[in-house]
Design a protein around this ligand. Sequence first.
Ligand SMILES: [Zn+2]
Ligand SMILES: [Zn+2]
Length: 360
Amino acid sequence: MHGRFCPICGKSIDYAIDGLCIECYRKSNPILRVPSELRLILCKSCFAYKFSGKWLVPPPVSSIDELVLYVAKKELMKIIKKKSNVESVNFDLKKEVVQHQERFTLIVKVKGRSYEKIPYSYIEEYAVPVKVNYVFCPACIDSRGKVERAVVQVRAKDRYLTTEEYNSVKSVISNTVAKALDENRDIVPLEIKGEKYLDITFSSLAAARKIASELQRNFPLKRMDTSKITGVSRTGKPQTKLTIRLLLPEFKKGDIVSISNKLYMVLAYEKDKVRVLSLSNYNEAVFSVKEIFSRAKIEAHSEDVEQVLVVAVTPPYIQLMDLKTFKVYEVRVDKVPLWIKEGENVGVADIHGRKVFLPL
Ligand SMILES: [Zn+2]
Ligand SMILES: [Zn+2]
């Protein structure tokens, strides 16, 4: 007999790594070395959390479980981001109650390979115990013993809220208040005002933060927290005011935006994301708040889109009739979009002198 054998399992091997068969190599070389446990520091009062030594504002979550998952995931991603051998990763949080104590375990599933010469990628699963330490964050400690006001301002960038936006923001607020009322009386707003925008005033910072996080989960909002001391109360306590500014994008449904020089029509706000239709290949795509606020530029409003009737399609020309003036004109296109049919109404927008077609 000739050939090589794995010194651990004795199997004959045609491909050895460090002298071992792939299975035995994998056993002692995981794709990822996870910490033996994660220790999180969270503020139960407002859901702020400590990360890399700094307190960060509450993320868009609505329960402690979601907060634990959010922060644990972020801690793990710090490690995973540095690993080039991980192809994809998936997180899940397990919760058990042992002797009235909550025990969290983060389940991490990674796909990848522990050594680049292994000819295939595979999935490994790790369970990381998560210890949670609940404390009051500096903002909450600060707010104790103070007469305070906290305002959540909901706005849209450079425009008013639409009636639809206004109403759905209001209904998320009342649902959140109704749900949290049993454990937290402070959650009831002192005042809600505004017709084209919303200012919601609370007597507690934690309540304002909770509402703001809940709104962030439901709308594509950019958030900014600022606080300042506004004076001294009659009883000599410092008065502070926290303002949480939540900003919806400048564009609304039906508007045309460009993202990295490509044109899209805005279809809908989907929770904290924006669904769009590509005007180059007419496929749908979804963008995150971050991408929207950093890269999207408004090119045309829905009001600027004209309705036309497709009279004839004779590539590379499309003959159109303006449905307001009944004027017939011709447009030359590089490629006639497949969905454009004679006898149908379509939308046309003029973007930098170029005609762009939109389904109605
Ligand atoms: Zn072996
Ligand atoms: Zn707090």
